[in-house]
Design a binder for this molecule. Structure first.
Ligand code: NAD
Length: 409
């Protein structure tokens, strides 16, 4: 079962529990619009190369489509559809006025120069231009895209439409980005972890935390949880990982990462593969890399009390079942990593008002949304005697279905 099958399975389960009629369920399963584009660019060597990109808009019943843009060689329409759908449920859970979308380009960014990446991004912006807009669809960063990517999109879009900072979120602060956006997803993961630890009787002070993925989400999750008193005993990136039961020196890892783009060669504990990292005994395990990390092949090897899904769709349907049987709690992606889109919403609001909030205000509002979201899915889960993930889907479907019904067809 791939990520799309998995998310669709949860939608069908929740729709059945909520007794939604078949037509509405079908509407909630099907993306509103799927765009596949070719993106031709001239490489630095003068040759033409064509890349394939997607923008998939899942649902906009509660507000404009919203979701990240991923650059990865294995991006597919199925993966982007799954991620777009997750965005619809995520924005509903933290109760922000957006729907769900996702985009991606099949590209290994390491094989392109900065100028080629800029050309690729600007051309992609042009080809998706007809279906995006600050009140229609607002992209943001995801895997291997960043503030610079958003700056190029904002500039390219603004050339046609006039100065439009609200066309993307996750921009540099000097171009209308929000204070706190860079750290928001990781800080949100940390808030979700804190609330879940309280629920499940895990003392966050000194709790042993392992994090897979040391990118935008993983680094800020690590820093925030360390600042809350947890002990980060394992980290990894695509090159492999390091485990140190006395606690990783994060400052050193961040220095190495800034200097080389990777934690490869970090001399702070035992070097491990990603598979070994995931099987490390810990109190909290946080996937913050890619999807389908936990499968029926490795779910029995995981030795943790709590999984907090920093990444999107890291747990297959089968693995989720095994974790449930084994009594391992999971804070699902659609709540755990919703901090990013929450502060994206704050950025959009600030852009529309041409007004800046201070970091303390952003973080306080983020904390409130994450805490409310966590307790809302927990209450739903308790009401239906089910897992946090199923509680989250029930809450989200209920909200989206209500908006859909009220708007009509
Ligand atoms: P990123 O590109 O900044 O970082 C990704 C990290 O994962 C890197 O450290 C990379 O080396 C590592 N990685 C890649 N492939 C790997 C592999 N096969 N094994 C182990 N590690 C691997 O991306 P990000 O923005 O931090 O996103 C990470 C996850 O969080 C994705 O699932 C993304 O959809 C999700 N997410 C991101 C945001 C956001 O605001 N950036 C918001 C919500 C969810």
């Amino acid at each position: 079962m791939n990520a799309l099958d998995t998310v669709n399975r949860y939608i069908i389960e929740a729709a059945t529990t909520l007794k939604l009629d078949d037509g509405l369920m079908s509407f909630l399963l099907t993306p509103d619009r799927q765009l596949r584009v070719e993106i031709p660019i001239i490489r630095d060597n003068g040759k033409l190369q064509v890349f394939i990109g997607y923008r998939i808009q899942h649902n906009d019943s509660r507000g404009p489509f919203k979701g990240g843009l991923r650059y990865h060689p294995e991006v597919t329409d199925s993966e982007v559809s799954a991620l777009a759908s997750l965005m619809t449920w995520k924005t509903a859970i933290v109760d922000i006025p957006f729907g769900g979308a996702k985009g991606g380009i099949q590209v290994d960014t390491k094989t392109l120069s900065l100028l080629e990446l800029e050309r690729l991004t600007r051309r992609f912006t042009d080809v998706i231009d007809p279906i995006i807009g600050p009140n229609i669809d607002i992209p943001a960063p995801d895997v291997a895209t960043n503030e610079q990517t958003m700056a190029w999109i904002m500039d390219q879009y603004s050339r046609r439409h006039g100065y439009t900072p609200a066309i993307v979120t996750g921009k540099p602060i000097s171009l209308g980005g929000s204070e706190g956006r860079g750290a928001a997803t990781g800080l949100g993961v940390a808030f979700a972890t804190r609330e879940a630890c309280q629920s499940f009787g895990i003392d966050l002070k000194g709790a042993r935390v392992v994090i897979q993925g040391f990118g935008k989400v993983g680094t800020h999750t690590a820093i925030s949880l360390r600042d809350m008193g947890a002990k980060i005993i394992g980290i990894s990136d695509v090159s492999g990982g390091v485990v140190n039961t006395r606690g990783i020196d994060l400052a050193e890892a961040l220095r190495l990462q800034a200097a080389t783009g990777s934690i490869h060669g970090l001399q702070d504990g035992q070097s491990v593969s990603n598979a070994e990292l995931l099987a490390t005994e810990c109190d909290v395990l946080i996937p913050a890399a890619l999807e389908d990390v936990f499968t029926e092949q490795n779910a029995d090897t995981i030795k943790t009390k709590l999984i907090v899904e920093g990444a999107n769709a890291p747990t297959t349907f089968e693995a989720d079942h095994i974790f449930q049987q084994r009594g391992i709690h999971i804070v699902p992606d659609i709540l755990a990593n919703a901090g990013g889109v929450t502060v994206s919403y704050f950025e959009w609001v600030q852009n529309l008002q041409q007004f800046r909030w201070e970091l303390s205000e952003v973080n306080q509002r983020l904390e409130r949304r994450m805490v409310q979201g966590y307790h809302a899915i927990k209450a739903k889960a308790e009401e239906h005697r089910t897992t946090l993930r199923r509680g989250a889907f029930l809450l989200a479907l209920d909200r989206v279905a209500e908006a859909t019904r009220l708007r009509g067809f």
